[in-house]
Design a binder for this molecule. Structure first.
Ligand code: PEP
Length: 249
């Protein structure tokens, strides 16, 4: 399976014009890279414009609501995202859990709605602090709660993004050895949830201070199928280099 590199632009760039130009620069850079997949998740307001520029890269969203219509001021539904061409949605990012107080139960509702709507889901999990022995249990609980009662048929449409909070935007990524252990651990949880085949074939990706310099060290860890990239995805050259390094593995 090809490695997948997902760009999470968060609340950037400041204008639609800049978003279009960043997407264009990334597209030009990845045009000839066939052996890796790229997804770009811009702010939802830019999705239509960015979607028009994308050819090789797929369009993703950074959030979704757990209902598809109704009196929910300010929210964005699966149908709306799909109508703009989105194929992926990031759910449960630590920033949404922290600043918007998203609970595991809400995250589960969002995942169900996204899957029902035909989107692929990137479920973000990760501990705040490794010094506490219970961090493995914490990650397990996030996965179990997020995927509660999700039928196995959907497993192909779910990517688990391991993003330890202490590694996000800090310049201090996880070590490849620790990532290997965590990936095995996550696959063990997926085995219990969905069975052997799904545990092998579901994608598990890493996010947290990934750069063009360190990307290959994570991508070459056995069981790591890709990367979720924040800061470095706002620099077209860096992001293209990351996608390129994924295509060599
Ligand atoms: C993220 O927030 O998803 C992320 C991985 O950020 P960064 O790459 O900037 O650490």
């Amino acid at each position: 399976m090809k490695k997948i590199i997902i760009a999470n632009w968060k609340l950037n760039p400041p204008t639609a014009t800049k978003a279009i130009s960043l997407a264009g620069a990334i597209e030009r850079g990845i045009k000839k890279i066939r052996k890796a997949e790229a997804v770009i998740a811009p702010p939802s307001l830019y999705m239509r414009d960015v979607g028009r520029v994308l050819r090789r890269a797929r369009l993703g969203a950074q959030n979704i609501f757990w209902e598809d219509s109704g009196a929910f001021t300010g929210e964005i539904s699966a149908s709306m995202l799909v109508s703009l061409g989105a194929q992926y949605v990031i759910i449960g990012h630590s920033e949404r859990r922290e600043y918007f107080h998203e609970t595991d139960q809400e995250i589960n509702g969002k995942i169900r709605r996204a899957l029902k709507g035909g989107l692929s889901v990137v479920l973000c999990v990760g501990e705040r602090d490794r010094s506490k022995e219970k961090f493995l249990q914490f990650v397990k609980q996030q996965i179990l709660a997020g995927l509660k009662k999700i039928p196995r048929v959907y497993s192909k449409k779910i990517i688990i993004a391991y993003e330890p909070i202490w590694a996000i935007g800090t310049g201090d990524p996880v070590s490849p050895d620790d990532l290997y252990e965590m990936t095995l651990y996550i696959r063990r949880i997926l085995f219990d949830l969905f069975g052997k085949k799904a545990a092998h074939t579901m994608r598990v990706v890493y996010g947290g201070s990934v750069s063009s310099k360190n990307a290959a060290s994570f991508l070459s860890v056995e069981g790591v199928d890709g990367l979720l990239v924040g800061g470095a995805s706002l620099d077209a050259r860096d992001f293209v280099d990351i996608v390129r390094s994924a295509s060599f593995l």
